[in-house]
Design a protein around this ligand. Structure first.
Ligand code: GSH
Length: 196
């Protein structure tokens, strides 16, 4: 893997995913702190040179190629590593969790956390469906993880890293994690495997 620059905001789970994968795989990269809340992803320089969509994480490789979207970046960085199952069906299951994360998990857990923790909103300001849908995502994970160590197969995969990114901050989004002991144990397991 060639050297790359990773533009990321430290409190962002989407950015943490990329950092976790890059560090686990001991890749050679430079982190550039980019405060998305302060608007640093929306200036002309960032839009022209890094990501025209104005978001982090975003990666610029030594040869000038650019890539955005956390789950696409980790898939590229981890190609041919042990974070992607060798079995075709398990690989598809991993992708299934990663698509689910972006559509049915992150939009509730990450958004609720961002509003409460970074945007100064109070519980009363929030759309109640964020809590309802976030709890539905956590319940689905709790059921799936019963009797399993990892989301897919017998080893940690990108699915675990992508889902742990915001699950571990669920309490900051106002979710009562005492209802999800299986998810909490899995979070500890993934973070330990990542050496964090
Ligand atoms: N689906 C994208 C989401 C990226 C995203 O929402 N990034 C946020 C930080 S977590 C951001 O840069 N927001 C700034 C903005 O949209 O202006 C991914 O997974 O990378």
């Amino acid at each position: 893997m060639q050297f790359f620059t990773l533009y990321g905001f430290s409190p962002s789970g989407n950015c943490n995913k990329v950092q976790f994968v890059a560090d686990y795989l001991k890749l050679d990269y430079k982190w550039v702190e980019t405060d998305s809340i302060a608007g640093e992803t929306r200036n002309e320089n960032f839009l022209n040179k890094v990501n025209p969509a104005g978001q982090v994480p975003a990666v610029v490789f030594a040869d000038g190629k650019k890539l955005a979207q956390s789950n696409a970046i980790v898939l590229y960085l981890a190609a041919e590593s042990d974070l992607i199952p060798a079995d075709d069906f398990e690989r598809a299951q991993m992708l299934s969790w990663m698509f689910w994360e972006q559509y049915s998990h992150e939009p509730y857990l990450a958004v609720r956390r961002a509003k409460l923790k970074f945007k100064g909103k109070s519980e009363q300001d929030l759309d109640p469906s964020l809590l309802e849908n976030g709890y539905a995502a956590l319940e689905l994970m709790e059921r799936h993880l019963s009797g399993r160590n990892w989301l897919v197969g017998d080893e940690m995969s990108l699915a675990d890293i992508c889902l742990v990114a915001y699950s571990r901050f669920a309490d900051e989004g106002g979710f009562d994690m005492s209802k999800f002991p299986g998810v909490c144990n899995w979070i500890d397991r993934v973070m330990t495997r990542l050496g964090r």
